[in-house]
Design a binder for this molecule. Structure first.
Ligand SMILES: *Cc1c(COP(=O)(O)O)cnc(C)c1O
Length: 408
């Protein structure tokens, strides 16, 4: 193995021999594309005309006044096409797949958000699309499966193991090892073997680049602190990386879940259940037991429910360039309510973690300081979970009535 894709002790490529050719081909194509100004322009133009970039930087006058501390701003990735930052990445990789002459993309998905984003870009670019998804996840996330099918994707239920994300990932890799001549493997976050962590973070960096311009324009300097939720780490890398080396303090917020007991959270930092490990093609901090078995995770938000984390963030945290904190399910619901009620922005439950982290600290800061919170996605997709968490009985009644009616 060479030094390609290493971030300190993290990252790299730990893949079986059978995947070597596919990975080498991708590595070369990616380097090539990054040296082609026309390709970079094409990605930028597609982000603008298909996804609606640039997304706004929104001032929160009401919460700023209520808390009486730092000036609070939101980076509105929820306004991307399909409602989340995931679109930035699938546009970049989808165009790369086209450039490589591939006719088919494959993806694996847990909650289904990345599956939908992949299916969207495949429909747009005229590519075939196969999405691997754990059979158990398909049951829990059927609305996303429904949209993938409408978009023309084939959703393959994976029944091995626990029938969740990890098992879907194994199936996607198996597919790729034999199909790479016509197939592109589209990974949804800043994880996996090289060059995926760097590539995904790179396509997402448009978020931070825009914040640089917008903050300078709107308040005459870079933000003092920037908050982002951390699942695999792609929206965090995207908003953080352009600010590494500046005075802005970068804060990642993980899923604190129900408690810090094993299986109750997804905190890859600050618990002794998270340690250096090698799995799924790369080295990072993984939640594991004494024997090195990956542990189950929990979060109120499906998108933060992941055992590993971007090797880029693991390294930046170790270097003291990113500070990691967490928010519990309960804090997340409080933050969700505050932002929705007082600013009219309905955040995804993932993004509500960043809101919780930001609001917690804003009050203790001074009014001449500015914070930016990454709203990675919108909350519409979470309506079932949110209604449940808020014990909204009329919502349950609505679902029952709806099922009883003959036709719409
Ligand atoms: C998928 C998702 C996340 C988590 O992914 P990262 O790679 O950590 O950014 C966060 N927010 C939303 C809205 C998502 O859909």
């Amino acid at each position: 193995m060479n030094d390609e894709g290493r971030f300190g002790q993290y990252g790299g490529s730990y893949i079986p021999e059978i995947l070597y050719s596919s990975q080498q081909q991708l590595l070369k194509a990616y380097r090539d594309a990054m040296n082609d100004a026309a390709f970079i322009q094409l990605v930028k133009s597609e982000m603008q005309t298909f996804s609606g970039r640039p997304t706004p930087l929104t001032y929160c006058a009401n919460l700023t006044k209520m808390l009486g501390g730092a000036q609070i701003y939101l980076k509105r990735e929820d306004l991307n096409h399909s409602g989340a930052h995931k679109m930035n990445n699938v546009i970049g990789q989808g165009l790369l797949a086209k450039r490589m002459g591939k006719t088919r993309i494959i993806a694996e998905t847990g909650a289904g958000q990345h599956g939908v984003a992949s299916a969207i870009v495949a429909a747009r670019l005229g590519l075939e699309c196969t999405v691997y998804m754990g059979a158990h996840d398909i049951e829990r996330q059927y609305p996303n499966v429904f949209w993938m099918k409408q978009l023309g994707a084939t959703v393959v239920p994976v029944t091995t193991g626990a029938a969740t994300l990890k098992d879907a990932l194994d199936e996607a890799l198996r597919d790729w090892s034999s199909s790479y001549e016509d197939t592109y493997y589209l990974i949804g976050t800043s994880c996996g073997c090289a060059p995926y962590p760097e590539m995904v973070a790179g396509f997402q960096s448009v978020i931070g680049e825009e914040v640089k311009e917008q903050s300078t324009q709107q308040f005459g300097k870079y933000p003092d602190r920037i908050y982002a939720c951390v699942g695999g780490g792609s929206n965090a890398c995207g908003i953080f990386l352009p600010f590494v080396g500046s005075d802005a303090e970068l804060i990642g917020v993980e899923a604190g879940g129900r408690s810090d007991a094993p299986g109750d959270h997804a905190m890859r930092f600050h618990t002794d259940q998270a340690r250096f490990g090698i799995a799924q093609g790369f080295a990072t901090k993984f939640l594991q037991d004494e024997e090195g078995q990956l542990q189950p995770t929990h979060s109120i938000s499906a998108g933060l429910d992941y055992v590993g984390v971007s090797p880029i963030l693991a390294d930046l945290e170790e270097q003291g360039k990113v500070r990691m904190t967490s928010a519990s399910d309960i804090e997340v619901m409080e933050a969700f309510k505050l932002l929705t009620r007082h600013e009219g922005v309905i955040p995804a439950l993932e993004s509500a973690h960043a809101v919780a982290g930001g609001l917690r600290e804003a009050a203790g800061m001074s009014p001449d300081q500015h914070i930016v919170i990454s709203i990675s996605g919108r909350g519409d997709k979470d309506i079932f979970n949110i209604a449940k968490a808020l014990d909204d009985e009329p919502f349950t009644e609505f679902l029952q009535t709806y099922l009883k009616e003959e036709s719409v």
